[in-house]
Design a protein around this ligand. Structure first.
Ligand code: ADP
Length: 485
């Protein structure tokens, strides 16, 4: 492999099934590329249906003794896994930047963020309470919570570490086993996590990792196998809908964290500097490739020109390049196809009358780099308004009234994150309650952490990850009636 770590044993190129590092049955592999340089980082084993079946069977067996342990004993294993991730933060960050592209500082941050879910759920898992219901003459009724069963998880490439721990943490904490298919673009971070899980004492079979070039095969087995009781997915809305349909045949529970189309609503009375800083951080984090990235900047007419001027000046200060190099704070786009898609949206907007203030083209740095872009005269009929851009392109739309801002914000099938900038307390409440989103950042765009319920409404998904609510997705509610009393 073409990466040097302090601990090279974290570099794995095989699947991890039932506690063993194995090649796929067919012997086939796929390439993992560094998006900044195009170099091949590794050839990773590709698994299919039969290996997925094996992992699911092993998960069921492993779960039997895992769920019978005291919550405290499970918690101690998760605490250990958390600590090992912290101990290996730099290696995990280097690996992540190499395969995903985000600047090293962002990768370091994601590793801490990812680890925080294990710590949080190690603690929360000890507090799964039931209920005693009001009693009647001849009976007593109680409610207990039990692990939902074997979990199938499918995760994306934009957060190669945290999207895994956010699912594995609560699943393992309450006594489930989890079978994971990471994105084919970023399997190395997932496999390194599996290595650390093994070192932490996570028993064989409880956490298997299935890298694959054929997502549909692995996903098909996960969603149809009757042993799997729940499927949790983070990714595109199109694939999420497909998985939900596939899960219907065996009536599996699902958690879906899908696409977004986040508005940042900036009112005339906003603190301009804070609004610029917040929009900038939200839009360009991970080069615009997160589902809660600002997708539409909605700016009130009185502050529009001043905002565009300050925002564009700040955008021109980005230092784009290979995320492993010092000083780089904007990385590459994951694939050339994604770059082409971003550029098509920009070109379509220009055809429809938008103005490019800065950027607007593929960078001279190479085919994976897109210049940080600001677009004005953007209107709601443009693709940039309707679709998730997933790149470093900020279209700025103008509005006049509060009601118009709420309508524009809600004029989308998505409903994940939204942000508002205003100093008016009444407006904060009206707009927060008026927008159809799972999350609202008020004068703040850095809204994610392990303690908050992350998730969306409408076609952005269902279920919540993180926080005390994040356990519910991995628990069943059982009612027990004790009669004849
Ligand atoms: P993105 O556009 O961010 O790559 P995807 O939804 O395509 O989003 O990918 C998210 C995850 O879903 C990845 O792990 C990918 O391999 C997986 N995936 C894509 N297509 C399917 C499918 N048909 N069945 C199961 N998983 C899939």
């Amino acid at each position: 492999m073409n990466i040097q770590l302090n601990d090279n044993s974290l570099l794995k190129n095989q699947a991890y099934i039932d506690g063993h590092w194995v090649d796929g049955d067919s012997g086939s592999t796929f390439e993992v590329l560094n998006p900044a340089t195009g170099e091949v980082l590794a050839n990773v084993s590709s698994v299919g249906v039969t290996e997925t079946k094996r992992a699911i069977t092993a998960a069921q067996v492993a779960m039997e003794s895992w769920k019978a342990l005291d919550a405290k004993a499970r918690s101690q294993v998760l605490e250990q896994w958390h600590q090992l991730i912290l101990d290996n933060q730099e290696d995990l960050a280097i690996l992540m930047t190499a395969e995903q592209g985000k600047p090293l500082a962002e990768s370091r941050g994601e590793v801490l963020y990812g680890a925080s879910f294990l710590k949080w759920f190690a603690e929360e898992g000890k507090r799964v309470y039931g209920d005693v219901l009001p009693s009647s003459n001849d009976r007593r009724s109680i409610v207990i919570k039990q692990p939902v069963g074997v979990v199938g998880a499918i995760t994306p490439w934009n957060f190669p570490n945290a999207m895994i721990t956010r699912k594995a943490g609560p699943a393992l904490a309450v006594g489930c086993a989890i079978v994971l298919k990471p994105a084919a673009e970023t399997p190395l971070s997932a496999l390194a996590l599996a290595d650390l899980a093994e070192r932490a004492g996570v028993p064989a079979g409880l956490f298997s990792v299935l890298p694959s070039r054929s997502a549909a095969e692995v996903g098909g087995e996960m969603t149809s196998n009757p042993t799997v009781k729940k499927v949790t997915f983070t990714g595109s809305t199109a694939v999420g809908k497909l998985l939900m349909k596939q899960c219907a045949d065996t009536v599996k529970r699902t958690s879906m964290e899908l696409g977004g189309n986040a508005p940042v609503i900036i009112f005339d009375d906003a603190d301009l500097d804070k609004a610029v800083a917040g929009a900038l951080a939200s839009k360009y984090r991970n080069a615009g490739q997160t589902c809660i990235c600002a997708n539409r900047l909605l700016v009130q007419e009185g502050i529009y020109d001043a905002f565009v001027e300050k925002f564009s000046a700040a955008v021109q200060q980005f230092h784009m390049g290979n995320g492993l190099e010092n000083g780089v704070n904007l990385g590459p786009i994951i694939t050339e196809k994604a770059v082409a898609d971003i550029h098509q949206k920009v070109e379509a907007a220009i055809e429809d009358g938008a103005t490019v203030v800065t950027g607007g083209k593929v960078s001279e740095l190479g085919p994976h780099f897109y210049e940080p872009t600001v677009i004005t005269n953007a209107t709601p009929d443009m693709r940039l308004f309707k679709e998730e851009i997933f790149g470093p392109v900020a279209p700025v739309f103008k509005f006049s009234t509060e009601q118009e801002a709420i309508s524009l914000a809600n004029n989308t099938e998505f409903g994940l994150a939204s942000y508002i900038y205003t100093q008016d307390i009444g407006r904060i409440w009206r707009v927060s309650e008026g927008v159809d989103y799972g999350m609202v950042g008020v004068n703040e765009t850095a809204i994610s952490s392990e303690i908050i319920p992350f998730g969306g409404v409408k076609e952005s998904g269902q279920g919540r990850e993180g926080s005390k609510y994040g356990l519910d997705d991995y628990l069943e509610t059982k009612y027990i009636c004790m009669g004849g009393i």
